[in-house]
Design a protein around this ligand. Sequence first.
Ligand SMILES: Cc1ncc(COP(=O)(O)O)c(C=O)c1O
Length: 391
Amino acid sequence: MFEQLQDLPADGLLALIKLYRDDPRPEKVDLGVGVYRDSDGDTPVFRAVKHAEQRLLETQDSKSYLGPEGDPEFVAALRPYIFGAGDGYGTRLRGVQTPGGTGAVRLACETLAEAGASRVLLGTPSWPNHAPIIKACRMEPVPFTHADIATETLDFDALLSAMNAGQAGDVVLLHGCCHNPTGIDYDLGQWAEIAAVVAERGLFPLIDLAYQGLGHGFEEDAAGLRLVIAAVPEAMLAYSCDKNFGLYRERVGALYALSGTAAQADTLYSHLLANARANWSMPPDHGAATVRVILTDDALRGEWDAEVAEMRARLNAMRGALAEYQNVGDIDLAAVGHQNGLFSTLNLSPAQVLAMRASHGIYMAASGRINVAGLNERNIPHVVEALRSVA
Ligand SMILES: Cc1ncc(COP(=O)(O)O)c(C=O)c1O
């Protein structure tokens, strides 16, 4: 049977980790892998997470099975962060815990396909796993240009045209904040326009929120998507806690679904549970239990909030420091200062990316995507020098 299979290309970013590790040059810089790093280049466990884990260790008295819905208290504790305190959706809005944001996107797509959806409008470039998940769920990704990389500008007209050309029942996948890989988000006025068109055209919004808190703050990062959800009877939101709690390998996420009526929400919920069961039976517990402990304890929540604020401040400071260089050849570094979250995509060809790796030990994705958290005050001049050498 396996003779039928052909080699698939290895994941470029994972290969980059090994290349970086094996590079002996002390001045090398890793702007590749998509995790937060502090100014020493470390990705430490959050202090709030350590404290919550300690508490779990002392108090957890069983590892018996939960259900396909995971930890309902975790799902409930996260809800006001996303939808606002007292969101008013009642039991029309239901949520289940998932293995990371990836599991949430997968569960959303499977359930939407089951409900009859066949097309997903998807801005490009996007997180590289979006299109494969959509296709794996037997739907068609319908691409439109999210942003022009050469000028690092949002192509809002392309989004509006794609939505206006969409058919009722088409899904539109939107990044809630801190767009991966461009860092280019919609402002509130644009979100309001999106909400109006989505409602008018009968589109189904699927919002992917993987970096809440890393842009401008928890409320600010959710303000736009809330406008869209408020404008429609039905929507889904895929959430990841893996970045804003630093829990990456613990696989912590949730999928929320809004239905037109409470009765429809019950039916939909039964499908979410059945699809979760057929995929992973139930999500891993530890990370979500840790998040639940943090979010339901004032002191731990305060500690976590401060840690996220620290990350956000550092990301924005690095963006500001890079932006001070304005333009390097055709690369608009000033634009990086207006973008959000972990990532920006620079106007670099794969050949230029390779040349920077060879000459200066700068490691980044071939697409020109940089992880802003890989920058620090010491290495920025070296990175800019490398950019100058190829620009
Ligand atoms: C836009 C987006 N969605 C979802 C995910 C998946 O996150 P997780 O690691 O929780 O599966 C990522 C992770 O990189 C992402 O960038």
